[in-house]
Design a protein around this ligand. Structure first.
Ligand code: SF4
Ligand code: SF4
Length: 61
């Protein structure tokens, strides 16, 4: 699962639109990641401010 840095995220919603398994949801609390995440990395790449990072073990980063 990916990790969203809520102190950086400006809730633009770009990553939500990119997530094909619909694992990301934007609500009042910000971006939420569900178990549907397949670690494809699309949201990590698309976030314009680098607020999402992979939650895979550090040696894969
Ligand atoms: S890594 Fe892929 S599946 Fe997981 S939240 Fe990001 S876009 Fe969705
Ligand atoms: S693309 Fe980045 S800044 Fe925009 S909602 Fe997603 S995590 Fe937040």
């Amino acid at each position: 699962m990916v990790i969203v840095d809520k102190s950086k995220c400006d809730n633009c919603g770009t990553c939500v639109a990119m997530c094909s398994p619909a694992a990301l949801r934007l609500d009042k609390a910000g971006i939420a990641v569900s178990e549907k995440c397949v670690e494809c990395g699309a949201c990590v790449k698309i976030c314009p401010i680098g607020a999402i990072r992979s939650g895979i073990k550090e040696n894969h980063a």
